[in-house]
Design a protein around this ligand. Structure first.
Ligand SMILES: [Zn+2]
Ligand SMILES: [Zn+2]
Length: 314
């Protein structure tokens, strides 16, 4: 499925089989998750690294010798820049991202640098494993920025939040889920996964939060989340793209509140979460679509027509 021009639908196309370079694996795609980043690229809100482009960076695939691997968003880091040298390959100056700079998994075949592929726990099916590779991972990295916060808000309850809610509950935290105002269905979905409270993003939670994770791409949620966290609390913006943040009084940040973003992932994040996932266990709610219906999956994501995560199956 090719993105030829941002703002236009993905198109089914037959392209030459990819040829692995030294160090790359030739992979048969079994499943590929659909991420909001794919939608941002499709809609022209994030610049593609090349055109035409094959999207998809939550790839479960098999190697030519039959091994199952996961291919995440971080497709390459140089290993030598000052970020890589200090354990922050997610910020690598030469990073290349799957499904943005490198053709991704909305395809039957792909190639990936073996050093950036992740081992997947046997307990998880292909469809269950795929959404962990970005939604789960970014959620995990964002959660790790919250220290030992007990009362944890989550703004936007889609792929990432519904997976990481289960991890947070497993760790003994209380989850407060914020959805679009009036979205009773998603609020019930959040409660079914252990959220202590669920309500609209315009509602006041019943208790002050220790930290909040913002997954929805709406800048207006930043002052809302700062307002909801207690002194000393942290607000983490976990998305790659967000509408502009409205100005807000300094009082909302005062009292040692922290506002930060989370960008990309490291392979260490991947290994941590994929080890933890079967122990929780994380049960991902998945809607599958045939590969040819990638555009419909993106449209349903944009409109919020499914709970949890969408996965394309070739
Ligand atoms: Zn680097
Ligand atoms: Zn993603």
């Amino acid at each position: 499925m090719l993105l030829r021009e941002p703002g236009r639908p993905l198109q089914a196309a037959t392209v030459p089989d990819p040829v692995p370079e030294p160090g790359q694996l030739l992979l048969q795609v079994s499943a590929c998750g659909v991420c909001r980043t794919d939608l941002h690229l499709r809609d022209g809100e994030i610049e593609p690294g090349r055109l035409p482009l094959i999207l998809g960076h939550q790839i479960v695939a098999r190697t030519e010798d039959g091994r199952r691997v996961g291919v995440p968003w971080l497709g390459f880091a140089d290993g030598t820049c000052r970020y890589c040298a200090t354990g922050r390959e997610n910020l690598c100056v030469a990073a290349r991202f799957t499904g943005r700079d490198i053709d991704g998994g909305f395809a039957q075949l792909t190639v990936a640098d073996e050093r950036f592929c992740l081992a997947l726990p046997e307990e998880l099916s292909d469809e269950q494993a795929a959404p962990l590779l970005c939604g789960g991972l970014i959620g995990w990295r964002a959660l790790s920025m919250c220290g030992d916060a007990t009362r944890l808000g989550m703004y936007g309850f889609g792929s990432a939040a519904h997976q990481i809610c289960q991890v947070a509950v497993h760790q003994g935290r209380e989850v407060y889920a914020f959805t679009r105002p009036g979205d009773a269905g998603t609020q019930a979905f959040a409660r079914s996964l252990g959220a202590a409270w669920a309500g609209g993003s315009d509602a006041e939670p019943p208790a002050q939060l220790d930290a909040a994770l913002i997954f929805a791409p709406a800048g207006a949620l930043v002052p809302a989340a700062l307002r909801a966290v207690a002194p000393g609390g942290t607000v983490v913006c976990a998305g790659i793209h967000m509408s502009d943040i409205p100005s807000f009084p300094y009082e909302l940040l005062w009292h040692e509140r922290t506002l930060r973003s989370v960008a990309n992932l490291t392979r260490a994040d991947g290994r941590e979460l994929l080890t933890l996932a079967p122990a929780v266990p994380i049960r991902t709610t998945v809607t599958t679509y045939p590969l040819q219906e990638a555009e419909r999956a993106l449209d349903d994501l944009r409109a919020g027509r499914f709970d949890g995560a969408a996965v394309l199956v070739p």
